[in-house]
Design a protein around this ligand. Sequence first.
Ligand SMILES: Cc1ncc(COP(=O)(O)O)c(C=O)c1O
Length: 464
Amino acid sequence: MTNWLPLLDQTHSPVYRKIADALAADIAAGRLPPGMQLPTHRDLAWRLGVTVGTVSRAYSEAERRGLIGGEVGRGTFVLPARRDWTSAVAIGEPDGFVDLSRNYAVTGSEAPLLGETVASLAARADFGLLLHYQPHAGRREDRAAGAEWLRRTTLPQADANHTLVTHGGQHAIAVILAALTRPGDAVAVEQLTYPGFKAAAQQAGLQLVGLPIDDAGLQPEALDAACRARTIRLLYVLPTLHNPTLATMPQERRQEIAAVCRQHDLTVIEDDVYGFLYDPPRQPIVALLPERGYYISSLSKACAPGLRIGYIHAPGGIDRIATAIGASIYMAQPLMAAVASRWMADGTVDRLAAEKRRLAAARQAIVQTVFGSPPSGAKLVSDPASLHCWLILPAGWRAEEFAAAARQRGVGITPAAAFAVGAAAPEAVRFCLGTPETGEQLGRAVRALAATLSENPSPYLSVV
Ligand SMILES: Cc1ncc(COP(=O)(O)O)c(C=O)c1O
């Protein structure tokens, strides 16, 4: 048995999570090879000076992430890495498990295109320049290509001087927060919001103020009241195909939100990574607030998340954001930024995005055939342009219990609590459509969800 002792970071996250994170890091770094036996709960608790319950929770979390497994009487062991890197897209696990908890666009023709594009870039005489350091905001041509794409798709005012290249939307969020906030600042968000933002805000030591939403998105009166009640300088908002509720703000609501932001001198971070999917595109809120709006877009949903290319359109100067990019990654990967620029220039991004829209609509149609008439009290929220659905559960079901019951049937989904800020989470779950390899596999998984829904919740599930 190993006498593994994790190195716990200094963040404010709970100790059990720090232990699970340290396990993940040591497994990834090869310090804990597959098959290695981990210390007992009691032994590790003693050596770390924490309770046995904390270690048990950490091990459960690591088990949930597929890192370790236990056998009663034998101990806890490091599991072999998942099949290979493609399993990160969580196509069904060997035992038939289908993970609908991750928000991927359906895989299309991007992989062979990437091969061709890299080969064509490699044939250029200046290819080696992509291995040099570049400005933190990205190469001028990549910023110009990104701005041109933004202009063409969602943000008419976009220009290269205000555009920065990032490693995707998540990185864009992190650098904007690093540049604009200090620990302890309050940031207004929808009371259900993208978990990646919650994580970045936690890292930055921010306080999130969750505000009520309705079918048209964030409620302007609630934003106004919150700004009157306390000092809030920033709003993070998802106005199009909101993750998870799918609400898309009508134009009037966008104008109302913009007016409240101006009145209270709020800076807006508008995360529009799904904006290009909506047809016809909605006017971003930042288009109404060019002097105070940071706009985030990304190619993860239009092309592929592994590209790790996103863009920030910043109001005023870009220096603070560029410095934050420099401090985090120095610069976005130039080869991938060059691939993105090429794809924008030759129309590949538009073709891939159209393909993603078609594939998303086809998957939504599969869900409709299964969930055409959900049981009374349940409500399925879907949109043909969306990569996920939001299922409001009928009375009697708790979201966590429904997710646990679905897991028993081999389907992974996300209960509302993962998205919740402040207010109690509704009894609802998100399930995503892009991860299964085939529509047939998705159909099976969605039928399993429908079957779960038609059951009565087990009275034993709540007993721990
Ligand atoms: C609302 C929202 N913002 C940002 C991201 C992160 O996107 P990226 O892959 O570009 O980092 C996601 C990913 O699902 C998202 O749902």
